[in-house]
Ligand binder design. Structure first.
Ligand SMILES: Cc1cc2nc3c(=O)[nH]c(=O)nc-3n(C[C@H](O)[C@H](O)[C@H](O)COP(=O)(O)OP(=O)(O)OC[C@H]3O[C@@H](n4cnc5c(N)ncnc54)[C@H](O)[C@@H]3O)c2cc1C
Length: 246
């Protein structure tokens, strides 16, 4: 990958995240195929078409009774671009996930920074463990936008100053904030994705509520959209059973 010429390195600001499904081998039939080896031995992968109602029932039974391993025989690779603070939370998910992230040692980091959009609730009310987020005022939104942009610009100028003076990228990057966008490939299976979604999204059907930071939830919601298209019966069973990973 080539670095962008210096004249193009003008800071830009984003309030959204990117999630692309770049590779997959995942379908409801993978779950059925894996589960039915218990009773039928080796069989064709195209199980779903044989008896859709029975297939739906089996997936729901596996989800409800938390027979989790049949949900592991599939794979989804996402390209994700999001602020570093999101990745810091994301990579806490250790089981059933593989990650490769862009390097701040081997390439010059691009000046793309996160600034919350107008719909991002800004004010936390209540005590730790029992709080809600409410809208900010117009003044608070303006303050957030102005102070974030100013400090991002200043930090990036200092980064560039050090690079221009011959300081190594891995040293100079220390001045860059966690609002800087990074990118990675993240590969998971349906079981590990469900565990992630149970913790990193809020949903009216969740029987065990979680309170994720909005920005990682934005990533989770986009991954869920892709997954729901690939594995609609599994996704429906996840919702039906309280969004608890099997
Ligand atoms: C709302 C929210 C707030 C959070 N706040 C904080 C915080 O303030 N500070 C902080 O440090 N983290 C925080 N976390 C991160 C959290 O503690 C977990 O690290 C993260 O959610 C990943 O979950 P996990 O360990 O279940 O997932 P994975 O690492 O993917 O593990 C999946 C499952 O495998 C099993 N497992 C994995 N590793 C082990 C192990 N070593 N021993 C036994 N069983 C294991 C467990 O059953 C686990 O649920 C927060 C998470 C959320 C959702």
């Amino acid at each position: 990958m080539t670095d962008t010429p210096a004249e193009d390195l003008k800071p830009s600001f984003r309030s959204d995240v990117t999630v692309e499904l770049v590779k997959h081998s995942a379908g409801d039939s993978d779950v059925l195929w894996a589960a039915r080896v218990s009773t039928a031995g080796e069989q064709s992968l195209d199980e779903l078409s044989k008896d859709p109602e029975r297939s739906k029932g089996l997936i729901n039974f596996l989800m409800r009774d938390r027979h989790g391993s049949p949900f592991e025989h599939n794979s989804m690779t996402f390209f994700i671009s999001a602020p570093i603070f999101v990745f810091r939370e994301f990579m806490r998910h250790r089981v059933g996930w593989s990650y490769n992230e862009e390097s701040g040692r081997y390439r010059e980091l691009q000046p793309v920074f996160y600034v919350p959009g107008a719909d991002r609730k800004l004010v936390q009310e209540g005590r730790p463990g029992k709080y809600v987020f409410v809208e900010g005022t117009e003044e608070q939104h303006k303050l957030v936008e102005r102070t974030m942009e100013d400090s991002y610009i200043q930090a990036y100028e200092k980064y560039q100053e050090m690079l221009a003076a011959g300081v190594a990228r891995e040293v100079a990057r220390a001045v860059l904030p966690v609002g800087l966008f990074s990118s990675m490939y993240a590969t998971c299976n349906a079981r590990s994705l469900m565990h992630f979604l149970g913790l990193r999204t809020q949903h009216e059907l969740a029987t065990v509520p979680s309170f994720p930071q909005r920005e990682i939830e934005m990533v989770g919601e986009k991954m869920e959209e892709h997954w729901a298209r690939l594995m609609p019966l599994t996704h429906a069973a996840f919702n039906k059973n309280g969004r608890v990973a099997p």
